[in-house]
Design a protein around this ligand. Structure first.
Ligand code: 16G
Ligand code: MG
Length: 548
C-alpha cells in the first residue's frame, strides 16, 4: 500500500479547512465545542485514530462523536483506545498539536508524528466510528471517516449508538469476541442475558416493585432503552420519557446532568406515585442517576455516590460469602458527598481513594484493586475486575452459587467504561435481590446539602489545583481565603477547579444545612470572581435575597 500524505492536505484544504484561529484544548474527555467549529477537528481525529491503530499494530481504535451532556449546539469527540480506555495521555498531546496546526503545515506535521512514533504507515488499521443523535453528528462522522480514508485505513460506521456501546464494540473486536460480539445485537444479548439470569423470574421481591421511569435526555440512551424494552420480555418494566422524538432538545431541562445539578426532576415527568423509582441518563448514556419524590412532594436524588455505595456493599457481601480473598476498593472524586465517604470508610469498611475529575483518572486508579469500583457523583462509573479476580471467581463458581451470581454480575457490567443502562440494570438487580425500594436505599446515610456554581472568568486556566483538585494553588491566596470562609460553616467543604469541558470555573460546596450551603457556595464564588478575573454579573447574595 502506498500512501501519499498530500491527500491529507488536499482533503483538509478542499473539504475540512481549519476555520478557528483560537487554540483548541483537549478537555476532560476529548475535544468539545460549537459544532460548526469542529469539522476540521473531526477530520484530523480520523487521521489520528488511523495513526494510533497502526501504532498499536492494527488494533481497533474507537471514535465517538458526541458532546455528552452539553447543550444541543455543541458537539465533540471521544477517542477510545484498544482496551476500551480513553486515549492514552501522551497521545492527548499529539492530538492537541494535530488539531491546532495550520492546513499548510498539516502534511509535514503528520509526517513528523509518523516518524517520531516509528509508525509503519503501510500496515493495516481499523477505526470504529459512532455518533449521538445531534443533527450535526452525521456531518461530523463523515469528516472522521474521510480522515481515515485519507490514510487508506479501514473504517466501520456504527451509526447512532451510545458512548459505552462504542467502548464495548472496540473491546469485543480487540479481544476476538471473547468479550462479546462487536455488534449492536451482541451488546444487547450480553447484557440482557446476564440480567435475566440474575433476575431468575423474580420480578418483585419485598419492597421492590418492577416499575421504572427512564428519562432518556432526548438522547441516544432513550433510543437504546426502547430497544432493550423490545428485547427484554418485561423482565424490567420501563417507561421511557424524553425520547427525543418531539420538540424537546437533547439534555434540555432533562437528563442526568440537569437532574443532578439542578436537583429537580426532568420535564415530561408523568404523574407517578410517591417513591416511584426514576432514572435519568445523559445525552450519550454514560451517566446515570436515580431520583424520586416522597409523600410530601420533595425531590430526592440518588446519585453516583449512592450507586457506588450500593454496589460496594453488595459485592462485599458476595465476596465474603464466597470466602474469596479479593481486595475491593472504591474510587471517588472531590465531588463525592462527604457523607458517602464517611459511610464507605466507617460502615462498609472499604478503602477509598480520591482522584481528579474525569473517567480516565478514576478508571486508572480502580485497576489497582482486584475489584475496583469507581463512580463520579454525577453518575459516571463502573466496576473493573482484575484477571486474577475473574479467575478466582470462575474457580469458586464451580461449586458455589454465590460465585456464579458474581460471574453473571461481571457479564452485566460494561467494564470498559461507565454505561448508564448497564449500571441501571445492576442497580435494579441489587435492589430486587435485597427486596429494597428507594426508601430503603436512601436511608443508608443522609447526604450533606451541596451546591455547584459556574463562574465565568477571563481565563479559566488561571486556576490551578493539586491534591485531586481539592486544593487550589493558583491564583495565590485564593485557597487561604476559601479556607477562612469554609471554617465558618459546620461540616463545610468547598473547592474550585477549571472545567475541562466548558469555558468556566466550577465551585462545589457542601455544609450541614441548605441555607448554609447556598451561602458558602456564594461566598466561594465571589472569591473566584474577585481573585480569578471574573467576568459577567456579580453573584447574588442568597441571604440578601432572602430579605427581599
Ligand atoms: C466529562 C467526563 C466526566 C467528568 C466531566 C467533568 C469522561 C468520559 N467524562 O464529561 O467524567 O465528570 O467531564 O466536566 O471522562 P467538567 O470538567 O466540565 O467539570
Ligand atoms: Mg456523557
Amino acid at each position: 500500500m502506498s500512501i501519499n500524505l498530500r491527500t491529507v492536505y488536499a482533503f483538509a484544504r478542499e473539504m475540512y479547512p481549519k476555520v478557528s484561529k483560537e487554540t483548541i484544548q483537549y478537555g476532560t474527555a476529548g475535544f468539545r465545542g460549537k459544532a460548526e467549529l469542529l469539522d476540521s477537528v473531526m477530520f484530523r481525529m480520523g487521521v489520528l485514530a488511523t495513526l494510533r491503530s497502526r501504532f498499536r499494530e492494527g488494533s481497533v481504535i474507537g471514535v465517538m462523536i458526541t458532546a455528552s451532556h452539553n447543550p444541543e449546539p455543541d458537539n465533540g469527540v471521544k477517542l477510545i483506545d484498544p482496551k476500551g480506555e480513553m486515549l492514552e495521555p501522551s497521545w492527548e498531546k499529539i492530538a492537541t498539536d494535530l488539531v491546532n496546526v495550520s492546513d499548510q503545515d498539516l502534511e509535514q506535521h503528520v509526517a513528523k508524528i509518523i516518524k517520531d512514533n516509528e509508525i509503519d504507515i503501510t500496515s493495516s488499521s481499523y477505526v470504529y466510528v459512532g455518533m449521538d443523535n445531534r443533527y450535526h453528528s452525521p456531518r461530523l462522522l463523515k469528516a472522521v471517516a474521510d480522515g481515515v480514508i485519507a490514510l487508506k485505513g479501514n473504517v466501520r460506521e456504527f451509526g447512532i449508538v451510545t458512548t459505552p456501546m462504542m467502548h464495548f464494540f472496540v473491546v469485543a473486536a480487540n479481544t476476538k469476541e471473547a468479550y462479546g460480539k462487536p455488534t449492536e445485537e451482541g451488546y444487547y444479548d450480553k447484557l440482557i442475558s446476564a440480567f435475566e439470569k440474575l433476575r431468575n423470574g423474580q420480578l418483585e421481591n419485598g419492597n421492590y416493585r418492577n416499575r421504572l421511569i427512564f428519562d432518556g435526555a432526548n438522547g441516544v440512551g432513550a433510543r437504546k432503552m426502547l430497544q432493550f424494552n423490545k428485547r427484554m420480555n418485561k423482565s424490567l418494566n420501563v417507561t421511557v420519557i424524553n425520547q427525543g422524538v418531539g420538540p424537546g432538545k437533547i439534555n434540555e431541562e432533562c437528563g442526568a446532568d440537569h437532574v443532578k445539578v439542578q436537583q429537580r426532576p426532568p420535564v415530561g415527568m408523568p404523574i407517578v406515585e410517591p417513591y416511584t423509582r426514576c432514572v435519568s441518563v445523559d445525552g450519550d448514556a454514560d451517566r446515570v442517576v436515580y431520583f424520586f419524590t416522597d409523600e410530601t412532594g420533595q425531590f430526592r436524588l440518588l446519585d453516583g455516590d449512592r450507586i457506588a455505595t450500593l454496589v460496594a456493599g453488595y459485592l462485599m457481601d458476595l465476596i465474603q460469602s464466597c470466602q474469596l480473598d479479593l481486595r475491593l476498593g472504591l474510587v471517588q472524586t472531590a465531588y463525592a458527598n462527604g457523607a458517602s465517604t464517611d459511610y464507605i470508610v466507617n460502615e462498609l469498611k472499604v478503602p477509598v481513594s480520591c482522584v481528579p475529575t474525569g473517567v480516565k483518572h478514576l478508571h486508572h486508579k480502580a485497576l489497582e484493586y482486584d475489584i475496583g469500583i469507581y463512580f463520579e457523583a454525577n453518575g459516571h462509573g463502573t466496576i473493573v475486575f482484575s484477571d486474577s479476580s475473574k479467575a478466582a471467581i470462575s474457580e469458586a463458581a464451580k461449586t458455589n452459587p454465590k460465585a456464579q451470581t458474581l460471574l453473571l454480575v461481571i457479564d452485566l457490567i460494561n467494564e470498559t467504561v461507565g454505561d448508564a443502562i448497564s449500571d441501571m440494570l445492576l442497580v435494579e438487580t441489587i435492589l430486587n435481590q435485597k427486596g429494597w425500594d428507594v426508601k430503603d436505599w436512601i436511608s443508608s446515610y443522609d447526604d450533606l446539602p451541596n451546591q455547584q456554581l459556574k463562574i465565568q472568568v477571563k481565563d479559566r486556566n488561571v486556576i490551578q489545583t493539586t491534591d485531586a483538585e481539592r486544593v487550589c494553588v493558583k491564583p495565590e491566596g485564593l485557597q487561604d481565603e476559601i479556607n477562612q470562609v469554609v471554617a465558618n460553616y459546620k461540616r463545610g467543604r468547598a473547592f474550585v477547579r477549571p472545567s475541562g469541558t466548558e469555558d468556566v470555573v466550577r465551585v462545589y460546596a457542601e455544609a450541614s444545612t441548605r441555607e448554609d450551603v447556598l451561602q458558602l457556595a456564594y461566598e466561594v464564588g465571589r472569591l473566584v470572581q474577585k481573585l480569578a478575573g471574573g467576568v459577567g454579573p456579580e453573584l447574588v447574595n442568597p441571604s440578601n435575597n432572602a430579605h427581599l
